[in-house]
Design a protein around this ligand. Sequence first.
Ligand SMILES: Cc1cc2nc3c(=O)[nH]c(=O)nc-3n(C[C@H](O)[C@H](O)[C@H](O)COP(=O)(O)O)c2cc1C
Length: 312
Amino acid sequence: MGGGLSGHRLAAAVSAAGGLGTIGILPPEELRREIDAARALSSGPLAVNLLLPFARPAHFEAAAQADVVVTFWGEPERRVDGVWMHQCGSVAEARAARAAGADAIIAQGVEAGGHVRGSLPALELLAQVREALGDDCPVLSAGGVADGSDAATRLAAGADAVVCGTRFLLSEESAAHPLYKARLLGARETILTQLFGLGWPAQHRVVANEATRRWLAGDARGPSWLRAVQRASAPVLARTPIALQMRLAATQAPGRPLFGPAAATAGGPESLVEAGPLYAGTCVERIAEVRPAAELVRALASPSEHGPGGVA
Ligand SMILES: Cc1cc2nc3c(=O)[nH]c(=O)nc-3n(C[C@H](O)[C@H](O)[C@H](O)COP(=O)(O)O)c2cc1C
């Protein structure tokens, strides 16, 4: 989870508990600091996730200090010597990533929170990717996994592991703004939209806030003129450094639909709770509590842990 949502605290807590903790994309020098800080807290394996529309050579150099580099959203290409995974939304993309030398594929279902690459339910995509790539390619399943029962179902369906975003966004260690977490705990549905696509015109899954209520009445994707503006400005805006994008995000207001992808983080502008994306997957409706990440890892590894109360 990029933009500071998943930093060293969350990644280290997950790694120390036996998972593969992941630091999301940040400016390269911050990534290095976050990797060092996570290493100081955990000797477990550590991943860095890079979003290809924004990743430059310096990001890959910094990310190479982690044990695993995960990439998303773009032409899959091997950019590091170490272990490389690519998150995919279709069989065609999974084949391309494997052909490019990916060591493992993450198959992301449409249930996922954040940016959503594909259109198939996770179990369907998992079956298709597994069949296309054969048994010797590690395949991880993402989208809609919130408890041990979900994870067991994916493993039984052929996944080698599961990837979770939303469940860990609602952990004590995630850096999501406390009000963002509170909104998610009360959420009963999600919206697949393009509203927060300035600089990155791509579909993403969120829960409602003032911005979505104002601008998505006619079309869940967002007004067509706005999507046209996003597409036209993307080539320039995508080259804007992440740090600058974050500063611009602080000026967003619900009534002015120039919404970028930055989400509300603890210590960041609270205005993003109403004027920014409240990313969450469909499983948010089954999550009732913020819990320590280590407890979540243990619960995910335990097939009998499920229910409307989350993974308690
Ligand atoms: C808040 C949030 C931020 C995310 N940011 C990223 C990201 O920066 N890079 C990425 O590859 N995936 C990102 N994702 C998607 C996850 O990798 C994963 O596909 C998704 O969380 C799985 O679905 P779930 O949310 O139902 O667990 C994000 C997801 C969420 C919820």
